[in-house]
Write a protein that binds this ligand. Structure first.
Ligand code: ZN
Ligand code: ZN
Length: 187
């Protein structure tokens, strides 16, 4: 959907407002694919201001896909908004200040809405905030059941730590030489 700002014939202070029903291609995050639905459409507002146009998009999306932790089905609702400025005169504006989505007063509404949505998405889509995820050792869904992998792991670490401490203790000399002898004198 390309919206031509010039064709709106807005006078200074006037606003154009419309809802566009757009299709969104799936979003890939963390190697997983998420389906996007925007049932109420994308709300587009254009304000004619001094020196150009303010273009704003707002949308409410439902994003469906696997939970990033347990891979079960997850749905998140996201509200996204983004505003861009399009100057009517090119003079006096740096390239870097120009919107990536507006070229020659033509707005790429799909890309702008998609960018807004991606920025508004949580870094991880999860089935629920306190999802415990899958056990990294045995793969069990920890929301449904519990395993003892974590216990065994921490036991192992503890015993190693104890050995280490004992070892250091055995070397036990004065502070200054302890570090040096620890390195060279290890069995
Ligand atoms: Zn989950
Ligand atoms: Zn486990």
């Amino acid at each position: 959907m390309i919206l031509s700002l010039a064709d709106l014939s807005l006078r200074s202070g006037e606003r154009y407002e419309r809802i566009y029903l757009l299709e969104f291609a799936p979003i890939v995050q963390g190697g997983q694919e998420y389906t996007v639905l925007v049932p109420d459409g994308v709300h587009v507002m254009v304000d004619r201001v001094t020196g150009g146009y303010l273009v704003k998009v707002a949308l409410d999306a439902k994003v469906y896909g696997p939970c990033a932790r347990c891979l079960d089905e997850a749905v998140v609702e996201v509200h996204a908004e983004q505003q861009e400025f399009a100057p009517t005169a090119k003079d006096g504006w740096e390239e870097t200040e120009a919107s990536d989505f507006i070229k020659d007063l033509m707005v790429d509404v799909d890309s702008l809405a998609r960018e807004a949505l991606i920025l508004a998405l949580p870094s991880q889509v999860v089935c629920r905030e306190d999802c415990k995820g899958l056990c990294g050792v045995c793969g069990l869904d920890l929301n449904r059941d519990s395993c003892h992998c974590a216990d065994e792991k921490s036991d192992e670490r503890w015993s190693r730590l104890k050995d280490l401490k004992l070892g250091e203790g055995a070397q036990g000399g004065s502070e200054g030489s302890a570090e040096g002898s620890g390195e060279t004198g290890a069995p």
